[in-house]
Design a protein around this ligand. Structure first.
Ligand code: ADP
Ligand code: MG
Length: 322
């Protein structure tokens, strides 16, 4: 059973919409109505030996990252983060100094991102270290950018570069620390969610659908396709990659296409735009790469190489239960 089958199975009888709840389970954030604007709420946790390994974890950066993964879900709705709570369960192997360092990273990130810590819970853990954050954000009129708004003919864009965090993790695991791997280690350990771009797309109502890339491009674009009941067409040669991506992937004997399509934790934004709004992206100085198109057939997920030849992709993204 995949992670998403499990969530669907556990929550299939839960109400997804009420007068106050505009969007329940099934998007990057839930959305509820407020007096002046909608509110967004999201929850994400980092679990030792699943999301991080203390063998190569810097506690300050772990604190920063635990906030960033939540900020990214607010960006993915086109919103602005406001408040958050932190639940932390720490085993006795983690010292007080290390937790203080983690909190320093968390609170530095919060200050830079203008979000306020408003509560939480603290416990010891008999297993690993767990950090779980719940974040509240504001949404702008005419409403948040959901996963379900993509239409056939819409253009697909992605911010930044793909696969960098996954390659960074592979570098950590292989003990590689030469200068050309530094940007990849950094992308894995200290992701920078696209807050400005997300908010600008939301304020200016430029995207028809959006999600952040936490589980890999194909998995996350797959959520847009499924929610919007559409298909997609992607061009491999358009996927944005960091300089030296190919060289480092080759050195580690990794397939760069698989990494770019399926590597998790980039925390970039994938969004769809009506062709009429293409120039508005430039007018609002939104930096993103056009990588494909939305198609009408919901069963069609086509990926082509530079010769227009369809390619088969094995891995579709990170899945906790696969
Ligand atoms: P994201 O990757 O954006 O954080 P997830 O893939 O974790 O989103 O979750 C997808 C949807 O399922 C979200 O609406 C999330 O709130 C919901 N969800 C995840 N786990 C649970 C759970 N255990 N119980 C209820 N809802 C859940
Ligand atoms: Mg998300």
């Amino acid at each position: 059973m995949t992670e998403f089958e499990l969530i669907n199975c556990l929550t299939k009888d839960v109400c997804k919409k009420t007068q106050e709840l505009k969007q329940g389970i099934g998007d990057d954030c839930a959305v509820f109505a407020g007096a002046d604007h909608d509110w967004l709420i999201t929850s994400d946790m980092l679990v030792e030996n699943v999301h991080f390994d203390l063998a190569y974890t810097d506690f300050y950066l772990l604190g920063r990252k635990s906030l960033s993964v939540n900020l990214s879900d607010i960006a993915a709705m086109g919103g602005e983060p406001v408040f958050f709570t932190v639940n932390i369960a720490a085993p006795k192997q983690v010292s007080f100094e290390q937790i203080k360092e983690l909190y320093k990273g968390l609170l530095d990130n919060a200050k830079e991102s203008k979000v306020l810590l408003i509560g939480g819970d603290t416990s010891k853990s008999e297993t690993g270290l767990i950090i779980s954050i719940t974040m509240l954000g504001k949404s702008f009129l005419p409403g948040p950018i959901l996963r379900k708004g993509a239409k056939p003919g819409d253009l697909i864009y992605v911010t930044g570069e793909l696969g960098s965090a996954a390659l960074g993790l592979k570098c950590y695991q292989a003990g590689k620390a030469c200068p050309n791997v530094k940007p990849f280690l950094e992308r894995f350990a200290n992701p920078k969610p696209r807050m400005e771009i997300g908010k600008s797309l939301g304020v200016n109502n430029l995207a028809t659908a959006m999600i952040d890339v936490s589980d890999g491009l194909l998995a996350d674009l797959g959520h847009i396709a499924e929610s919007s009941e559409v298909g997609y067409y992607l061009q491999i040669e358009k996927l944005p990659l960091l300089e030296s991506f190919q060289q480092v992937a080759d050195e580690l004997k990794l397939n760069q296409t698989d990494l770019a399509l399926s590597g998790g934790e980039d925390y970039e934004l994938v969004f769809t735009v009506s062709p009429n709004n293409k120039h508005s992206l430039e007018n609002h100085k939104i930096e993103a790469t056009h990588i494909g198109e939305i198609t009408a057939d919901s069963k069609s997920q086509i990926i082509v190489d530079k010769h227009g030849k369809k390619i088969d992709v094995k891995a579709k993204g990170y899945d906790h239960f696969h």
